[in-house]
Write a protein that binds this ligand. Structure first.
Ligand code: UD1
Ligand code: CA
Length: 502
């Protein structure tokens, strides 16, 4: 972590509800590429090596704090992070005020960041702080020039071109409406100025709120040095207020991630339909086909092939794995050289060791399959532990649920499970055992034995001819007038035979 600015403190404003999102959740908990807005801002701030961080919370305070703390713990961050509470959301100025107790005893510059600017890069913050330091400004802020400034505070300059004030969208005079230079809400302020300036804020505006932006005019009026740092790429500092804003940002971040992975040696056959979350890791020479979603903390090794139409969430995939078309994999561990699909569903707790084959229409859940084991067709394997080099025949079902509890099926090494087998758990099949096709396994199968449970087959000679003759006869006679079968007692038996053959 580069510490180019030793005495900077970071304050992140994350207490607002985000009314325009029309959501039950706090705005800053919404995600872009799987990452909550507030975490992207937090990461950008942390990259500057601040001596302390305050995340101001309010709406869903506990949840925002939990998400941040979990993230910090995962990153192993040792910077002290406080979560001051802004009880009523009375504006951005009021929010910074809530953070002041955290800055007690601190001297220096405070970097104030809005929690709803998830595209923000650490590099841009470094530039802001560097300019602030080099010019010796009291207050420095980023600005951006955009095509549609609606909703943003505008940078109002005097006739000499110098900054005069930031005016919120709702408080604009009609002459100011055309201003396209906006305030992204990212500031670096000397604490010695900030503290009293916040004390003097008044809520005399359209929203009856304490605007942080008013400290800018206050600094100008007091003759303090104010530095403007324009950003070249306005998209980076776009604030997310609505679902439309979010979709635009998502597209931008997604494109960046996809380009990054291509630079790292990953082939993307259709970057436009690759959805790769921020925390995903990919090995080089892995090839990704169209319409692939790699989500959460998914990690994929080297030389893998994903044919396409795949959704992986929190999955760990080894090297040289081939995912054929149409797989859904959630919270699974997949070893090297495994082949999965087409059309397979691997649910949480699945562990596939090296070289396992999972074929079409196979579902697994809490299932470990040892090295080289195959389940190639139409199978459900749940709550099961299967050894290595075992073959699971087509249509095998582990009957793991009795309506109350789940039970385990244990299958050994080099086992042959015949097609259309049901394993009624809890049950085990020993090493090298065979289970005959169509068996319902209800008792443990010892190693090396054959288990078979089948009703003996009976062939009824000439049955088809008799059946067809009878069927042809009944077709000519309307149903209501049909005679009862010639030999009434035999009818059910014929039915039973038909069922048995289908
Ligand atoms: C704010 C700026 C505006 C700027 C825009 C950039 C003010 C008055 N306006 O407007 O000039 O162009 O950001 O995106 O600062 N928050 C709190 N407590 C509150 C209110 C807000 O913590 O009482 C937090 C929100 O959670 C959010 C951030 O502050 O993360 C910005 O709040 P928001 O309501 O989105 O401000 P804007 O209207 O976008
Ligand atoms: Ca905003």
């Amino acid at each position: 972590m580069a510490s180019s600015s030793p005495s900077v403190a970071v304050v992140i404003l994350a207490a607002g509800r985000g009314t325009r999102m029309r959501s039950e959740r706090a705005k800053v908990l919404h995600t872009i590429a799987g990452k909550a807005f507030v975490l992207s801002v937090l990461d950008a701030g942390m990259a500057l090596g601040p001596t302390r961080i305050a995340v101001v919370v309010g709406h869903e305070a506990a949840e925002v704090q939990r998400v941040c703390v979990e993230h910090l713990m995962r990153r192993g961050v040792d910077i002290p992070v406080a979560f001051p509470l802004q009880v009523d959301q009375r504006g951005t100025g009021d929010a910074v005020r809530a953070a002041l107790p955290v800055l007690e005893g601190f001297e220096g510059d405070v970097l104030i960041l809005c929690g709803d600017v998830p595209g923000l890069r650490a590099e841009t913050l470094r530039t802001l702080v560097a300019r602030h330091r080099v010019t010796g400004a009291t207050l420095s802020l980023l600005t951006a020039t955009v095509d549609d400034p609606t909703g943003y505070g505008r940078i109002v300059r005097g006739t000499d071109g110098g900054l005069r004030a930031i005016v919120e969208d709702r408080d604009l005079a009609s002459s100011e409406r055309g201003i396209r230079e906006i305030n992204p809400g990212i500031y670096c302020v000397r604490l010695g100025f900030l503290r009293p300036a916040l004390g003097r804020l008044r809520a005399d505006n359209a929203q009856r709120e304490y605007y942080l932006t008013d400290i800018v005019a206050a600094a100008v009026e007091a003759g303090e040095a104010v530095e403007i740092v324009p950003v070249a790429d306005a998209g980076e500092v776009a604030g997310i207020n609505s679902r439309e804003d979010m979709a635009r940002m998502e597209e931008r971040v997604r494109r960046e991630l996809v380009e990054r992975w291509m630079r790292e040696g990953v082939t993307l056959h259709d970057p436009a339909t690759a959805y790769i979350d921020e925390d995903v890791r990919l090995g080089s020479d892995t090839e990704i086909g169209p319409n692939t979603q790699l989500l959460g903390r998914t990690s994929i090794g080297r030389g893998c092939r994903i044919d396409g139409t795949a959704l992986l969430r929190d999955a760990t995939i080894g090297d040289r794995v081939h995912l054929r078309l149409g797989v859904v994999i959630t919270e699974c561990e997949i070893g090297d050289d495994v082949v999965i699909g087409p059309f397979a569903h691997l649910r949480p707790g699945t562990i596939l060791e090296k070289g396992v084959h999972i074929g079409n229409f196979v579902e697994t859940k809490k299932a470990r399959l040892g090295a080289g084991t195959k389940a190639n067709h139409l199978t459900y394997l749940g709550d099961t532990d299967i050894g290595s080099q075992t073959n699971i025949g087509a249509g095998t079902i582990t009957c793991n649920y009795d309506g109350f509890a789940k039970h385990r099926t244990v299958i050994g090494d080099r086992v042959q499970i015949g097609s259309d087998t049901q394993l009624v758990a809890p049950v085990s099949v020993g090493d090298d055992a065979y289970v005959g096709a169509g068996t319902t396994v209800t008792q443990d199968v010892p190693s090396g034995s054959l288990a078979v449970s089948r009703t003996p087959q009976r062939n009824v000679a000439g049955w088809v001819e008799r059946f067809r003759a009878r069927a042809a006869g009944s077709k000519k006679t309307p149903v209501a007038k049909r005679k009862p079968p010639r030999v009434a007692g035999r009818a059910p038996r014929v039915k039973a035979e038909r069922r048995g053959k289908s």
